[in-house]
Design a binder for this molecule. Structure first.
Ligand code: COA
Ligand code: AMP
Length: 634
């Protein structure tokens, strides 16, 4: 504990010196003299006068320092039976060529580029190539529907969109070209250039205006790496908020590089030359930080896995990858572990593989329930480390810093505050709560390097969503408590955001869509507990007077609507008709109470409730429809 306390204290009490020292581990074109500063709006900035390029640190620097022949990226794709290895030198060459191609298509420093791709190396090449020339990428998760893509296009105004012919989900082919075409049709902004990677010959011909083949961009001159300001945006990553409009989280070059490098050493305890595997998707923040930028900055071999924890071909898929590629540190979401446990409870498949090189398994993205923690820890006989963070922060806020000291994780807790994050538990009116009391989790400003400087083109929403409620703090959107030793327990979101299979989604957005159905007078969408997915959304709807629609029909229509507008990943399967919704006297729907009934959690009848009898009606409906763990959910 002393080692941890010493480094943690220094990071809080002597911030600037601490992070200036961490930044020295990186290559800078111009070393920063200003370490921490504030904009005229009071937003914090790290290393404002430094010049750097994260893509240089990931590739050129590694090649120049003797890693040219080391494997940088292993593309392991059981769904296409493909295995491909790229050395640092090969990856650098492809990235520099593609960057040159982008420049010839008119993409320059400060331009935005949307990337909508499956888990293929071309996605990584496109990201690093954008960074190389100072363009800002915005990767959109391939499971999102065209409407979601269109909203992101309209907000980020890309010069180019980069996509592929198709994705593969288990054995299902998902054609991307028609999805991109529909998104562009729906969007007001029309990106002038559309680049497609042809995975297999014969997909939709590229002959529309501005349509080009990915490989054609690889044939010309390479582009040099452009020094950019440390504070220049590297990417925009949209994430779900409480309304239908996603929030464009911005990430900078210099602060992010400093934070990631620090995390590879101090949290993940992984050395250059080791193998790091984050089983996530490049469309999520975990993919950005720990498939692409973090492992490459550290000179590791990173794995790009296009498959699932199960059925590709079986629930031993993860153990096969660890053993075959000698993975030293792995990172995934608890859902993946629950999916494996469901199919191979005794761990028979795991026993087939040699996992001796694996040091740690890190888990994040959603709450790690104690039964899942104990199951995987007992099976692996290695440290299993929960850690907590968000798209906004870009790297962990709470966890066990394995590179500092091996404190024991505590089941149910996400660990101790990571260097740079001062975690506080506050009441609604901003009063610090005592240890053990649950409240809003907030981090004292300034946040350490790597965290969002603001939202893309939306300072007002940044202030309103994160800074306003608790002046001087960043509001995380999660609730929880600290125990007497400072371990942090994350109890879940306090807003309309849910986590379905580790995918962050907005029930607020779903509610807006459900409410748009012509037969619906009002509705509530909540995330209820789900044994496999952690949470899943369920809608309760009140029909307009005189509408005699049958429940099955309305449910079917709403399920298709959410699938069509958000995507299948929302896992929206159920809508139940109720006569009325429970509300406070001021008209606020009591979503939390409904969720507690469905989850079988104890709840107090709110004193402000309009009519307590409605709760009995809701319970009956949920029970009848078997919605919720309390009612043998189906
Ligand atoms: N592109 C297109 N569609 C996608 C998709 C993608 N990238 N990802 C998921 N989908 C679709 C699925 O095909 C499925 O469609 P269907 O309803 O037509 O069958 C739907 O979205 C729901 O998918 P999912 O919730 O993933 O369920 P599943 O049964 O296919 O798989 C798991 C269940 C647990 C195996 C899977 O969710 C999983 O691997 N989760 C781990 C996620 C993860 O690692 N997240 C990391 C975030 S840090
Ligand atoms: P995302 O921005 O998609 O990474 O999702 C972030 C949200 O996921 C957080 O605000 C939490 O609600 C949840 N989350 C992430 N990691 C954890 C964890 N270790 N324990 C509990 N919840 C988590």
């Amino acid at each position: 504990m002393e080692k941890y306390t010493a480094i943690y204290r220094e990071s809080i009490e002597n911030k600037e010196a601490f992070w200036a020292r961490q930044a020295e581990a990186l290559h800078w074109y111009k070393k920063p003299r200003t370490i921490l500063s504030q904009t005229d709006k009071g937003f914090y900035r790290w290393f404002a006068d430094g010049e750097i390029n994260i893509s240089y640190g990931c590739l050129d620097y590694q090649v120049e320092h003797g890693r040219g022949e080391q494997v940088a990226l292993i593309y392991d794709s059981p769904v296409t039976h493909t295995m491909q290895r790229f050395t640092y030198r090969e990856l650098l060459d492809l990235v520099a060529r593609f960057a040159g191609g982008l420049q010839r298509m008119g993409v320059n420093r400060g331009d935005t580029v949307v990337i909508y791709m499956p888990m293929i190396p071309q996605a990584v090449i496109a990201m690093l190539a954008c960074a190389r020339i100072g363009a800002i990428h915005s990767v959109v998760f391939g499971g999102f529907a065209p409407h979601e893509l269109a909203m992101r296009i309209d907000d980020s105004h890309p010069k180019a969109i980069i996509s592929a012919s198709h994705g593969v989900e288990f054995d299902k082919i998902i054609p991307y070209k028609p999805l991109v075409d529909r998104a562009i049709e729906e969007a007001t902004h029309k990106p002038p250039v559309h680049i497609f990677y042809e995975r297999t010959p014969g997909y939709d011909k590229l002959d529309g205006a501005g349509e080009v083949d990915f490989n054609s961009l690889l044939t010309g001159e390479t582009a040099a790496c452009i020094p950019v300001l440390s504070t220049d945006p590297l990417y925009i990553l949209y994430t779900s908020g409480t309304t239908g409009k996603p929030k464009g989280i911005i990430r900078d070059h210099g602060g992010y590089a400093t934070a990631l490098k620090f995390s590879m050493d101090h949290i993940y305890d992984i050395a250059p030359g080791d193998v790091y595997w984050a089983a996530s998707d490049v469309g999520w923040v975990v993919g950005h930080s720990y498939i692409v930028y973090g492992p490459l900055l550290q000179g590791c071999t990173s794995i790009l896995y296009e498959g699932k924890p199960i059925r590709t071909p079986d629930a031993g898929a993860f153990w096969r990858v660890i053993s075959e590629h000698n993975v030293n540190v792995m990172f995934t979401a608890p859902t993946a572990i629950r999916a494996i446990r469901k199919e191979d409870h005794e761990g028979e498949l795991l026993k087939k593989y040699d996992l001796s090189r694996l040091k740690y398994l890190f888990l994040a993205g959603e709450r790690l329930d104690p039964p899942t923690y104990h199951w995987i820890k007992d099976l692996l006989q290695k440290p299993v480390i929960d850690h907590w963070w968000q798209t906004e922060t870009g790297w962990p806020m709470v966890g066990i810093m394995m590179g500092v000291a091996h404190q024991d994780p505590r089941a149910g807790s996400a660990g101790l505050p990571v260097c740079g994050y001062e975690i506080h538990i506050l009441s609604d009116d901003g009063v610090e709560l005592e240890k053990g009391k649950e409240g809003y989790i907030a981090a004292k400003l300034p946040l350490p390097p790597g965290c969002l400087p603001t939202l893309w083109n939306n300072d007002d929403r940044f202030i309103a969503g994160y800074l306003q409620h608790f002046p001087g703090y960043y509001q995380t959107g999660d609730g929880g408590y600290l125990d007497a030793d400072g371990y942090c327990y994350i109890m879940g979101r306090v807003d309309d955001v849910i986590n379905v299979s580790g995918h962050r989604l907005s029930t607020g957005e779903m509610e807006e869509l459900v409410a748009s159905h012509p037969a619906i007078a009002e509705c509530a969408v909540m995330g209820i507990a789900d044994e496999l997915r952690g949470q899943r959304p369920v809608a309760l709807v009140v029909l307009k007077d005189g509408r005699e629609l049958d429940e099955e029909q309305i449910e079917e229509e709403l399920v298709s609507l959410i699938r069509e507008k958000i995507g299948a990943v929302a896992y929206f399967r159920n809508a139940a008709i109720v006569k009325r919704l429970p509300k406070t006297r001021s008209g606020k729907i009591l979503r939390k109470t409904i969720r507690q009934i469905a989850d079988g959690e104890p709840y107090a009848i709110p004193s402000t409730i309009d009519d307590p009898a409605i709760l009995d009606e809701i319970r009956e409906t949920l029970q009848e429809r078997k919605l919720g763990l309390a009612f043998n959910q189906v």
